[in-house]
Each structure stands twice: as C-alpha cells, then as structure tokens.
Design a protein around this ligand. Structure first.
Ligand SMILES: C[S@@+](CC[C@H](N)C(=O)[O-])C[C@H]1O[C@@H](n2cnc3c(N)ncnc32)[C@H](O)[C@@H]1O
Length: 220
C-alpha cells in the first residue's frame, strides 16, 4: 500500500529559505533571527527534543552545547531523515511519530521545541491543545517547552504579502490554522504548566512554559 508523503524533503528545503528567511519577517512580522532563534537558544536543556524538525534548521542554528543530548521527531520518514542529515549532530536520535498522539517512547526530555509546527497540523484547536497534555509524560519535572505558531484568528490584519501567503497556504493544505487563536493557547498552557510566558509578535504566537503540572493523586 502506498502512502502520500506530505512534507517532501525539497518542500522542506524551500520552506527553510522562503519561510524562515522571508515570509516570517515580511508576512508574519516575526523575525527568525531576532525573535524565534533567541527564544530557542535561551530554552535548551541537557536532553532536548525538537518536534516537527523539518530540515533541522533550529538544531543547526540553535548554538546547542555539544554535551546536550539531541532527539528530533517528525511525522514522516523522509522528513525525519532530512532532519537527521542536516541537524549537524551525527549523534542525534530520530523518531517518527504523529504528535497528535502520545509519543511511542518513554524517554523524558528537559527541553522540547515546536516551531512553525502547530499551524500545519490538520486538527481542531482542542486536539492541538491536547498535545500539551500528553507531551508532559515525556518531560522532566523541571522541563521546558517552547515554540511558535502562526495564528489565524484575532490577529492584526494581514498585509498584501501575508494575505497572499495565507491564502495559498490554506488552499494548498499547508496551513490548517483558520481557528488558531492566542486565547485557546493561553488557556491550555497554564492548565498544563506551572510557569508560562506568551507573547504575540506580529501574527505569531510565541510560548515558553515550564514545570509540567502533575495529576493530583487521590488518597483514599
Ligand atoms: C513547516 S515545517 C517546520 C519545520 C521547522 N520546525 C522549522 O521551523 O523550520 C513542519 C514540520 O512538522 C512536521 N509535522 C507536521 N505534522 C506533524 C505531526 N502531526 N507530527 C509530527 N510532525 C509533524 C512536518 O513533517 C514538517 O517537517
């Protein structure tokens, strides 16, 4: 049985130049070098997992100490392999999994990143926010999760370039963010983490949350 690969390596390589180099700044008003990379660099632990790693751009540019253990996760084989080839760390470990489901491993990480991932996932806001609940199982008690996602609702008006990029992203099935809004993210994060920092930069929701909340034990 053949399955369709959604994120082909060439598309991801084009994404790196086009989206991270041009679209993020000029359409979304959020610069990769001035907004996204600084947050990524400031939020790396000793055992890091990058989810939706694509070309491995953040792992390559993230100034990650050589002593940090690295893992990357992507939905499909070709994307996972591209990330492993290009992340600049031959010792990185690659996982193939769908982040909408609990991870198929029991490893725990003290930092987890997800940049420009959530707005690509074809799911409702409730399903996207449920990711924060199940990813906690793979985080240490002091773990930190951070990322960024392009919003679809309740944001500033798109400029002409942004309107064009958004329309073609939605029409081609690359974007699934019509309902994505800061309010729902801002509710889901404190439900799952003790410490939460969020900000909207241009049309992008940026977040950093730490100390996963544990289930309360019922003592009989
Ligand atoms: C737009 S790319 C972003 C890549 C990278 N984080 C960046 O900012 O350059 C989104 C990535 O998420 C992966 N992805 C999409 N849906 C996913 C899912 N449900 N679970 C895991 N990875 C997913 C895609 O294969 C792709 O590599």
């Amino acid at each position: 049985m053949s399955t369709t690969v959604i994120y082909k390596p060439w598309d991801l390589l084009i994404h790196e130049v086009w989206v991270l180099g041009i679209v993020s700044t000029w359409a979304w008003g959020c610069s990769t070098s001035e907004d996204l990379l600084p947050q990524f660099r400031a939020s790396i632990g000793k055992n890091h997992l990058d989810i939706g790693s694509g070309t491995g751009y953040y792992l390559r540019q993230g100034e990650i100490p050589a002593t940090t253990l690295l893992a990357l996760l992507d939905l499909e084989h070709p994307a996972r392999n591209l990330g492993l080839q290009r992340c600049g760390r031959p010792d990185a470990c690659g996982l193939q999994a769908d982040i909408l489901q609990p991870l198929p491993v029991t490893d725990t990480f003290d930092s987890v990143s997800m940049y420009y991932l959530l707005h690509c996932i074809p799911a409702t806001m409730a399903e996207i926010c449920a990711i924060f609940k199940h990813i906690k199982r793979n985080m240490t008690l002091d773990g930190i999760i951070h990322g960024a996602s392009v919003l679809g609702k309740g944001v500033r008006k798109d400029n002409c370039f942004a309107a064009h990029v958004r329309r073609s992203g939605l029409n081609t099935g690359i974007f699934h963010n019509t309902d994505d809004n800061a309010y729902d993210f801002e509710h889901a994060l404190p439900t799952n983490f003790e410490e939460v920092e969020t900000r909207v930069v241009g049309s992008v929701f940026m977040f950093r949350a730490s100390k996963p909340k544990q289930k309360k034990r019922v003592i009989c």
